[in-house]
Design a protein around this ligand. Sequence first.
Ligand code: UGA
Length: 434
Amino acid sequence: MNLCMIGTGYVGLVSGTCFADLGNRVFCVDKDKNKIDKLNSGISPIYEPGLNELIKKNYSVGRLIFTNDLKKAISKSELIFICVGTPNKKNSNDVDLSFVFKAAKEIAKCTKNKKILITKSTVPVGTGDSIEKLLKKLRKKNIEVISNPEFLREGEAIRDFRFPDRIVIGSNDKKHFNTLKKLYQPLISKGANFFTTSRRGAELIKYASNAFLATKITFINELANLCEKANINIEDISLGMGSDSRIGSRFLRAGPAYGGSCFPKDTKGLVSTGEKFKTNLSIVKSVIKSNENRKKLHTEKIKKILGSLKGKRIAFLGVTFKPNTDDMRDSVSLKMIPALCKQGSKITYYDPTGSKKNFKNIKNCKFKKSIRETCYNVDLIIIHTEWDEFKSLEFSKIVKKKSFSIFDLRNLYNQNQIKNKNIKYYSVGRPNSN
Ligand code: UGA
């Protein structure tokens, strides 16, 4: 099939490339000329394992086309996917849909024949209805609006696209399900569940899924606090609970607090949708609050470990919100590093994806090019992100100091083994870890 992806951000670029790899001809359109030029010269604007190779492969055989020419891309495509950003409005839970409506208007301007418009961006319940209304106002009755939310995790996006648990299609007109089924047939044949519902239903499934996963994480994080006080290991609780198939073991890893471009934004977006429909989503509200409060707990714990923060040297291993991505959005490090520096600590940090502009203007915060340089002579090492390269370090050889501590926010190390090496080791939700 011929497809048009509007927006070459995370969703559009990964999905577009993967659709091309399934044999479709995909036009990836973006207004940003710089981005399109870069993509045409083989440079991906985002960091995602395996994506560069897949782009090159499909670009070289002409299945993947990067262009600023929306009109041409639309005229050649049967399905048009809106993949633009849907951030929260400033200081509000409401979702800023301006990019979505702008894209819909442009599609309307360029469309002559019958087309199917599909929202892949995460959009609140009723957005499809509003787009439909807008198109009617613009006298474009030949454009159908369908919802097809994405469930790709950063860092695992290509695998998640190829082996999805489910493909969700929302349409108020059943005849469109077959068109989308044809597009996704290669994945359905491999076992993906093809789930159809109303357009509003599909829109809500996306928010409900992200909010539920965020709830699971927040729940286990609060239990981790209890475990620390009651001398219990949180990992046993996750395993013990998770082996009940009604609960499931995934997303029960206690850690610093959830971050990223989706859970923080979508939990707020769901609360705002609840308010719009006069429904109090009190559980989701509590999750947001608990996750926010959690970020402050770490600084308190570090103060306790070090006695005072003034003049203390602290190394951060990893600053992104999760491994295998360069994404800093809502990463816990964005709260922790400025707070620690403000109270007099001297921070060095290392991340496999390089230095971050977020910390450029913070006095006493410096990026180092290696783990060794970052940890040399520090008082405390904070393991913030669970990159593979942090999983088997010989800390004493790297720090080269008699006494130092480790605060492992991802529970990467066996605490007995590490304590035998005379290192003061603190982790999350384990006995004696507070
Ligand atoms: C999330 C969802 O998992 C995807 O299904 C969805 O498509 C995506 O949002 C989106 O809406 O676009 P993502 O934010 O990329 O994906 O990353 P996750 O792997 O879900 O992790 C989110 C946060 O939760 C990270 O900060 C991670 O460290 C944390 N987390 C995750 C935990 O603390 N514990 C866990 O057990 C799992």
